[in-house]
Design a protein around this ligand. Structure first.
Ligand code: ZN
Ligand code: ZN
Length: 54
């Protein structure tokens, strides 16, 4: 996962940044803690295994 533009404010962060330096929005897609499936930003449960998001 390399640097990218913030989905909220468009600020381009440094490579490896996990949060936007301007607005604090998470820059990385959340993952299930159990099966590592990619979750959507507003997911409350894993769509693959049902693990509640922590
Ligand atoms: Zn931002
Ligand atoms: Zn899962």
């Amino acid at each position: 996962m390399s640097g990218g533009a913030c989905s909220k404010c468009g600020t381009v962060s440094q490579q490896g940044a996990r949060f936007c330096p301007q607005c604090g929005t998470s820059m990385v897609a959340p993952q299930c803690t159990k099966c590592s499936a990619a979750l959507t930003m507003d997911a409350r449960f894993c769509g693959a295994c049902g693990q509640p998001r922590t």
